[in-house]
Ligand binder design. Structure first.
Ligand code: AMO
Length: 430
């Protein structure tokens, strides 16, 4: 019977099973050979006492190279001294593929490697249980988000990634050639998710790639990231902030329920954050940074150094709300009572921005005015602007960086750790 190493239990003692995996380690003690087989769920000790197993099999096992792919057929035996309390006495070992030597990267974590070397040899790096566990948790995070939004009546959509305009500012665009025209990789599904509000979907979710030609190489920026986007009609910014905080809390709960083993491999103890998250106004955030000696110009985005000072007082999840209208994109709704300030928010974890969102402008004239204020040409937004002329409902939404959320959940120091094959200023391969 085919089993994963982690499935083997007392009931299997005395029975014959089949395992598939990689040769993690070999210890040759002369009259006794120990193999450690690694599969995606863990490890199993394969024990070959010279006097017990077939002679040819014993010779074959001795010559195995680490990281070769094998199939083992053998009997499970209780063995208190083995790491999991059992060992396998093999009847047959089939070599499915031999690994070359030396290895480009160590899979046993005995020799630490630089992140760059690890990413260059990512397929080997991902064989490490501790690294693979990050992606098992990531799977659970995405699943939890989908479940949450499905339960709340959201429709999951996929919008184009090859587009004709910028949404989040023109400087971070990746141009591509699209037959005889220039096109761009989409920075955000922003214009499309708003268009779907005009189309009457009312609540949409999209989980997809966003592309930003960020020049800076930081621990929290990628050139291709995955964004979780929602858009909701007939609610204001507070309405979508509630979805955001409840979704994040539920992600923590589900990861705790479903990923205990993987969290253990990574060495993380997850504490479910309490909701509602604290709301800190932009003005108060500026005040905190200024009191600590930071020079902040009202109206500008908050610098990393300012955010680090604020995070000394706010370590967990919190919102920074009511940003200056000029610091946010053209589609953010200004307060009627004070148009200098907008119905906008960023979700923060410590000093890192995890998500940002807003109530949107749904009135055509105001939207055109805001585009002009920001130096944009309304003519470039034809298809989008049209939707505001024929019954656009009031709406709000946000975009959350999935890779940043993973950093926050697992306490990863570099966003690249959360991504299988990261794209940054210098990395296009693998
Ligand atoms: P914003 O530009 O703030 O907003 O992006 C939303 C979230 O996406 C993540 N993110 C990134 N992650 C990694 N590398 C990057 N280069 C990168 N850029 C962005 C961040 C960020 O908070 N349209 C709006 C959202 C909305 O209002 O609905 C938008 O794109 O976690």
């Amino acid at each position: 019977m085919r089993k994963y190493t982690a499935e083997i239990c007392e009931e299997d003692f005395g029975k014959e099973i089949e395992l598939y995996g990689w040769v993690h380690e070999i210890r040759d003690l002369g009259g006794l050979v120990f193999l450690v087989l690694r599969d995606r769920e863990g490890f199993a000790q394969i024990t070959l006492p010279k006097k017990v197993v077939d002679r040819e099999l014993f010779k074959k096992a001795r010559k195995l190279r680490r990281e070769s792919v094998i199939k083992v057929f053998g009997q499970v035996k209780e063995e208190k001294k083995a790491p999991n309390g059992f060992e396998i006495i093999p009847r047959e070992i089939e070599i499915l593929n031999v690994s070359d030597a030396p290895l480009p990267l160590e899979v046993t974590e005995k020799v630490p490697a630089e992140l760059d070397t690890r990413l260059d040899n990512r397929f080997m790096d991902l064989r490490k249980p501790k690294i693979q566990a990050i992606f098992r948790v990531r799977h659970a995070v995405v699943q939890a988000l989908r479940e949450f939004f499905d339960r709340h009546g959201f429709i999951e959509v996929q919008t184009p990634k090859i587009v004709s305009t910028a949404t989040e500012g023109g400087t971070e665009l990746f141009p591509i050639s699209y037959f005889e025209r220039e096109a761009f990789l989409n920075q955000s599904p922003q214009l499309y998710k708003q268009t779907l509000m005009a189309a009457g979907f009312e609540k949409v979710l999209e989980i997809g790639p966003i592309f930003r030609a960020e020049e800076h190489n930081t621990v929290r920026h990628l050139n291709e990231a995955i964004s979780v986007d929602i858009e909701v009609s007939f609610v204001d910014h507070e309405g979508v902030m509630r979805y955001l905080e409840e979704a994040v809390r539920e992600v923590y709960e589900k990861v705790n329920e479903r990923c205990e083993r993987y969290l253990g491999w990574i060495g993380v103890d997850l504490e479910v954050p309490d909701t509602p998250f604290e709301r800190l106004s932009y003005d108060d955030a500026v005040e905190i940074a200024r009191k600590k000696g930071e020079d902040v110009n009202w109206g500008e985005d908050l610098s990393t150094s300012a955010l680090k000072l604020i995070a000394e007082d706010y370590g967990g999840y919190y919102f920074i709300v009511d940003w200056p209208t000029e610091s946010k994109p053209f589609y953010a709704m200004p307060y009627e009572s004070d148009p200098e300030i907008s119905k906008t928010f960023d979700l923060m974890k410590g000093w890192i921005e995890i998500a940002s969102g807003a109530q949107r402008i749904h009135k055509y004239d105001l939207l055109v005015k805001r585009m002009r204020d920001q130096g944009l040409s309304p003519e470039n937004f034809g298809f989008y602007l049209e939707t505001f002329r024929y019954g656009m409902p009031p709406h709000a939404g946000w975009g959350m960086g999935l890779d940043r959320l993973m950093m926050a959940i697992l306490g990863l120091q570099n966003i690249r750790e959360a991504v299988l094959f990261p794209r940054d200023r210098h990395r296009l391969v693998p």
